[in-house]
Structures are given as C-alpha cells and as structure tokens.
Design a protein around this ligand. Structure first.
Ligand SMILES: *Cc1c(COP(=O)(O)O)cnc(C)c1O
Length: 440
C-alpha cells in the first residue's frame, strides 16, 4: 500500500494541534482596553486613536501616522495625499489584493501593471521603466506575503523619473529590507490592520509619512473632524469642516485600543513566527520541486509576520505534477495547502470592460489618452504564477514537533510524486483567488 494518506496511508500530521495557528493572541490586556472604550461610549472618539498613532509613528520611526477604518481607506488617502488625480497613472503589480490599486478609479486616475519577480512575488524593478509615461505619477509597491520588495532599484527609478512611491505594507508590518523598516522608503506608506493580517486589530488601516503635505491632504480627504487641529496648508484651509474626498475614514476606537496592546507585543510575537516559519522551510531545504518564498536567513532583511505564507513550486522537478494535485495530497496528510496566490488583476473584467461611473468608456481608460489595458499574454509571469505557488501552514508558535509533522507532509508528497501522476487532473485555469480571508 502507498504511504500517501491520499491512497490510504497514515497521515503525516496528527490532528488537534490547531492552537499553533490561532491569531491574533488576545489576552485580558486587549479585553480591558476594549471594555474601557465601550463603557465610556468612546467608540467614535479620537483620544485612543491619537495615542495609537503616536505609538505607531514612533515604532515605524516616522513623523506622522493617521488611523483609518480600513486599509483600503488608508491607501485611498495615500493616493490622494500624493496628488494622484484625473488622467494620472500609477504603476503597480498585478498580483496583489485589489485594494492596492482600485481606489485610483475614484480619483479619475488609472493603473498600469508591471511584471512581478517569480522569486520574491513582488514588483520586478527591471520591469517598471517600460511602463512609465508622461502621466505616471506614482509607483505602488506591495511587500507581498511578507517579502520585502527590492526597494533600492525602485527608489532609484522613482528619483530618476520624479515619481512618488507608495508602499502597501498590508502583508509585511514591521518587516525589514536591508536593515531598514518597510514603510519608511516611499513618500508614504499605508496598510491594512484588519483581522486576517499579521498586525490584526479589527477592521482598520493606517497611513505613515514624513511629508507634512501628504499628511495634511490625507487628513483633509477623510477626517473632517481633525481639519481644525491639523490642516495649515493654505490650499486646504478654506475647506475646513467638510472632507475634501467626501469620505469618513475615522478609525473605530475599539480597534485603536486593541492596536495599542497588539503593537506592544508585536515584535516579540512575530520574532517567534519567523523562527517557526524558517524552521519549517529549513526542514524542506533538500526537497525537489519545493522552494521557500523567503529572504535569505542570514540577511538583514526579514519576512515580518509571514502573512499568508506561500511556497514556490517547480512542477518540472516533480514529473509535471500539477500544484492542484500536489496540494490535495498534502491536505490528505492533515496539513494545509491550497494552490495559487492572488489572481492577476489585469485579467479581471473590472480592469477591462466595466464602466463604473458612466463615462461611456471603460473606467480603466476613462481619462486616458491611449488604450493602456493589458490583455492576457502581456504579463506572462503574473498569469502563470498561480500554477507555481501554494499556501503553507502559518505557524504562530515555535513548536518543533508539530512543525516537523507538517514539513513531513510536504516532503512525503513531493518524494512520492510519481504515485500521483497517474490520476492527476491538472490545474484548472485561473488558479488562486481574488482574496483569501475566511470570515469567522
Ligand atoms: C488587506 C489588504 C488591503 C486592504 O486592507 P483592508 O483593511 O482589508 O481594507 C490592501 N492591500 C493589500 C495588499 C491587502 O492585503
């Protein structure tokens, strides 16, 4: 009989060790902080949020932090902060969650997608300049699934072409690139802090910048109640009392209260995650076909809280076995594995045909002087990457015996790949998802 659990063998992972995955870690300290807000009826206030912002800015080593009710809102405000407006273009990776980019449409702007690097899964710096046009205003960088984007060449390109850089740090809060914290390279950074992320505080987002003008524009955009205290810019001060964007983006104080507590413990807790995740990959270092998605362990870059960790897959080393069949066999072993990552945004109809605002043209090119849509075939790595990636378990604790069992599940399936070839159905088209979060 086969040793593979899919064919009746003993599963590699013993059940009932789910606690190793539980996140965020909530203690009485979080509960007390939330109850204080609730009992004071201060949910819509700003006193706790202002403290959280101060602590967050200090932690990031940045001058200004501005809390938002979602990461989507924080990124929207960052775009407005950079004066992205009608006819402008941003350059972004196609492999990301939609909220890295879609908000540009509401500003009258649009997005051009650049290819990703198949090892980092982040925007490939060598594929940016070809997309720069006279209308390009900014590069949107995403530190994808914890991996820092290659910031040195990206910043050099931005300087050369006088472009703003916005960092979307939703997957990598607290991570480092060459010793320096992510979110401190660009003109502004914004990120989600929602419950599925590694810095998980509720439904929330935050923007950080050293640029007073960007900060004031972000306040003016969605924080009417803070206009008086913050906005000095003469171009903005006439509009006191109403939000320029017509948005209300204030952070919920039950989230900022949790945020203050979570932030205090975050570096220590993510250090344990990094130890656990690196251990998992070290155990698999010699397995054919499987490659870690991580920075070199002996470097001064790191993978932050390893949000939504994934592995790279080389079917050529496994007789062409599809990642779909591979993942199925790993799940049968009792571990967690699903094929693919985010689907490439440029292939979605919203980026091609949708006329969201009634311009009588697709929104993507509503204000464009050329058809900058990118049909299938134009970004081959992004289009194929779903067949070369799979999720891995996201360990929150360093518990070697449990991690070994999961690593064994992956090893066993890869080493016995030949047994799986006969009834491999192959990958369906369009592997991956538009989003991953499983609501509880
Ligand atoms: C989650 C996420 C966002 C949006 O954040 P929300 O808080 O869900 O609005 C933006 N960008 C990326 C890359 C994300 O993963």
């Amino acid at each position: 009989m086969s040793s593979l659990a899919l064919y009746g063998g003993q599963p590699a992972v013993s059940p009932a060790n789910e606690d190793i995955f539980h996140w965020p870690i909530v203690t009485e300290e979080d509960e007390t902080a939330v109850l204080d807000v609730l009992r004071r009826g201060a949910m819509s206030g700003t006193d706790i949020t202002l403290q959280f912002e101060k602590e967050f800015a200090a932690w990031q080593g940045m001058t200004y932090a501005l809390g938002h009710n979602t990461g989507t809102a924080a990124l929207h405000a960052a775009m407005f902060g950079c004066e992205i407006g009608v006819g402008d273009e941003i350059i972004a990776p196609s492999i990301t969650y939609w909220a890295s980019v879609l908000q540009v449409f509401s500003l009258g702007a649009t997005v051009v997608f650049a290819e990703i690097d198949p090892n980092t899964l982040c925007i490939d710096p060598s594929q940016i300049e070809q997309h720069i046009s006279p209308r390009t205003k900014a590069i949107m960088v995403v530190h994808y699934m914890g991996h820092p984007a290659d910031m040195d060449p990206i910043m050099a390109i931005a300087r050369r072409h006088n472009l703003k850089v916005i960092e979307d740090v939703s997957h990598a809060q607290g991570g480092r690139y060459k010793g320096r914290m992510l979110g401190t390279f660009g003109d502004v950074a914004a990120m989600s802090l929602m419950s599925g992320k590694s810095l998980a505080i509720g439904e929330a987002g935050i923007l950080v910048t050293n640029d007073r003008k960007i900060y004031e524009r972000a306040v003016a955009f969605g924080h009417y109640e803070r206009y008086n205290d913050t906005v000095q810019d003469p171009d903005l001060s006439a509009y006191r009392g109403l939000p320029l964007g017509g948005y209300k983006y204030r952070m919920h104080q039950m989230s900022s209260a949790v945020g203050r507590v979570q932030l205090k413990h975050y570096d220590q807790r993510t250090a344990e995650i990094r130890k656990a995740m690196n251990y998992f990959w070290d155990l698999l270092a010699d397995v054919p076909g499987l490659q870690a998605h991580r920075v070199p362990t002996q470097s001064d870059s790191d993978m932050a809280g390893w949000y939504a960790p994934h592995g790279l897959y080389h079917p050529e080393a496994l007789g062409g076995l599809s990642v779909t069949r591979f993942a199925e066999a790993v799940r049968a072993e009792g571990s967690q594995c699903s094929p693919g990552i985010n689907k490439p945004l440029h292939t979605h109809e919203l980026l091609n045909t949708a006329d969201v605002y009634g311009h009588d043209r697709p929104t993507r090119i509503a204000f464009s002087d050329r058809d900058l849509r990118q049909p299938v075939g134009t970004l081959p790595i992004s289009e194929e990457i779903g067949h070369r990636t799979y999720s891995i378990p996201w360990f929150k604790h360093y518990r070697p015996e449990i991690i070994q069992q999961h690593a064994n599940a992956f090893r066993k399936v890869a080493e016995n790949y030949q047994e799986l070839l006969a009834d491999d159905p192959g990958d369906p088209p369009g592997l991956g998802g538009w989003h991953f979060y499983q609501q509880r």
